[in-house]
Design a protein around this ligand. Structure first.
Ligand SMILES: [Zn+2]
Length: 340
């Protein structure tokens, strides 16, 4: 049974049985500060401090001129996928052997220089975070980042970031074919620009996750007020887009850039911090076969798979999903939501 995402009324439950994911966000590294995957260039502008109230309406929250463009990400600017390796869920085995580290290059493919510039040479190493180049992902938060499913066992939680985007409809069609449920980590301004898609996601039984308003990176470096704004306003935008009864159970920091501060902000809003344990780096468009095989190799029962339905051309992701869904079913996996 899918546990219901944490309710807004259950704040501060940081220590639940959550796995700690060092969602290192490598991304961070690269991140040009404010790259927004899936968002138009205008989205790169961090919100003004004034917006920190978190209660800004979607419209207010949008940097001028970014609303309409949010859905048409500039190719190459998507990159900001979150990322980072999250040593899978078990803190005990930081070096989870079978879980290749997931570097998480945030920056768009078009900006190679910004992508994990200091990342370890090995492709499997987590992208280095400027602030903590050390081996483990730069995640130094409160240790509450989730990287496993709610039910455990032979379940998998599919998560799609940076939408709603042009590929969201195709993703939903595929999921429906396999009666699979997933979690969509949406960029606030994208949700505000396409409320119909947000409603469609909910109507199909999927769940929503807050992925910030503009996808700024490195997220962990944001001042408290900006982080609070990004998290709170995006949640409000998603809630408004979804309509009455909408719940947003998780927040996933862009690039996996969690830290103690943003994890607390997240918890205070009744959401859980969501990481991942499987990162096929689909945002980088490595080719459909590479995406498929990465998931097949990294996934373990109870895993959380990170993929993207927004932030650029997701044709490879859709094609990979087409192969992965039947594979997951054949492997005996059932679809679950992330732990709360
Ligand atoms: Zn993202």
């Amino acid at each position: 049974m899918h546990r219901t995402a944490r309710r807004p009324s259950a704040p501060n439950r940081l220590s639940r049985s959550r796995r700690r994911l060092l969602a290192g966000c490598a991304a961070v590294a690269a991140a040009l500060g404010l790259t927004a995957c899936g968002t138009a260039s205008g989205a790169l502008q961090p919100p003004s401090a004034a917006a920190t109230s978190g209660t800004a309406s979607p419209a207010d929250a949008r940097p001028s001129g970014t609303a309409a463009t949010a859905l048409t990400p500039t190719p190459g600017s998507d990159a900001v996928p979150p990322g980072a390796g999250s040593p899978a869920a078990s803190p005990a085995s930081p070096s989870s052997p079978s879980a290749p580290a997931k570097p998480h290059p945030p920056a768009a493919t078009g900006t190679p220089l910004s992508t994990t510039p200091t990342a370890p040479a090995t492709p499997t190493a987590p992208a280095a975070d400027p602030s903590s180049p050390a081996a483990p992902p730069p995640h130094t938060g409160a240790g509450t980042v989730i990287g496993s499913t709610a039910s455990g066992g032979r379940t998998v939680a599919l998560t799609f970031d940076d939408g709603p985007g042009p590929a969201t409809g195709q993703v939903l069609d595929l999921l429906a074919q396999y009666h699979a449920k997933a979690t969509f980590c949406q960029i606030g301004q994208n949700a505000a620009a396409n409320p119909a898609m947000v409603k469609r996601i909910l109507a199909a039984g999927h769940r929503l996750c807050d992925h910030s308003v503009h996808h700024p990176q490195p997220f962990a470096k944001l001042p408290h007020d900006k982080a609070a704004y990004e998290i709170t306003a995006a949640r409000n935008m998603i809630l408004q887009a979804g309509g009455p009864g909408t719940e947003v159970g998780w927040f996933r920091a862009p690039g996996g850039g969690f830290n103690a501060d943003n994890e607390h902000i997240t918890a205070s809003l009744g959401m859980s911090s969501l990481g991942w344990s499987v990162d096929p780096r689909d945002w980088a468009r490595p080719g459909t076969p590479a995406i498929v095989s990465a998931v097949q190799k990294q996934l373990k029962p109870g895993g959380v798979v990170l993929m993207h339905d927004g932030g650029g051309d997701r044709g490879q992701t859709v094609a990979a999903l087409k192969q992965l869904l039947p594979w997951l079913v054949a492997q005996g996996y059932t679809f679950d939501f992330p732990a709360a």
